[in-house]
Design a protein around this ligand. Structure first.
Ligand code: URA
Length: 224
């Protein structure tokens, strides 16, 4: 009989924080994450999903997207946002913002897939987020765009069920970082009518980062 997955994390948040703090760079952090057995998700994952984008420190655009947790495709490939929602995020980056996906960084609140894509539990978030915090220290993004309510509420220290309506459409500053929450691409696939609102949020991020709007098809970028 398979052993039941423990719901109580094996390590405390302080344990994970200490392990993360001991990592001087993103490569050692990724290696430590890949060995993590702090909670029961270690038993059900195929692999950890660390991040996408530059592994040397800050990325070219200064923009970090943070989603909720890996899904089935991400768990298989070890890269965040590579499934259907990921394709939409890639379009937002490449067609909307007009920069290559490699110029941004992409991570998740959780580094492992919750079985059946259930919501992350509070215990999982508590024990896993020191990895993300260290990732943010090492990448020093100028703007963080949390995707969906789990990421937004985590970054803003709000109760997990706080609706997106309470956080998006505004710029927030927390722990010295600028946060511009927007809808999760999976939600946009179900509710395409909200894409316009997401695009408004993305444009705010572009303004802050000094990224010029990509020219529409047939238009040429104005020479400055
Ligand atoms: N949804 C997320 O929140 N993160 C992923 O990496 C993929 C889908």
């Amino acid at each position: 009989m398979p052993r039941p997955v423990p719901t109580t994390p094996a390590l405390t948040q302080a344990d994970v924080r200490a392990q993360a703090a001991a990592c001087p760079d993103l490569e050692s952090l990724a290696a430590a994450v890949s060995r993590c057995e702090a909670c029961g998700l270690a038993r059900t994952r195929t692999q950890t999903v660390f991040m996408d984008g530059a592994r040397t420190g800050a990325c070219k655009s200064g923009l970090l997207f943070v989603g909720e947790a890996p899904g089935a495709d991400e768990d298989r490939q070890g890269v965040p946002f590579v499934g259907r929602a990921g394709q939409l995020l890639t379009e937002i980056i490449t067609k909307g913002i007009g920069i290559p996906r490699e110029d941004v960084q992409i991570a998740n609140v959780l580094k492992c897939r919750p079985p059946e894509n259930r919501d992350p539990t509070s215990a999982e978030k508590e024990v896993c987020t020191p990895w993300l915090e260290r990732q943010i220290e090492l990448t020093s993004p100028r703007v963080i765009v949390p995707l969906g309510k789990h990421a937004a509420n985590y970054h803003l220290g709000l109760p997990p069920e706080t609706p997106m309506g309470a956080t998006r459409g505004r710029t927030h500053v927390r722990k010295g970082r600028m946060l511009i929450p927007t809808y999760h691409p999976a939600y946009l696939l179900r509710s395409p009518g909200e894409k316009k609102a997401c695009w408004q949020d993305i444009q705010v991020a572009m303004n802050v980062l000094g990224i010029a709007k990509a020219p529409r098809k047939g238009q040429t970028k104005p020479s400055s």
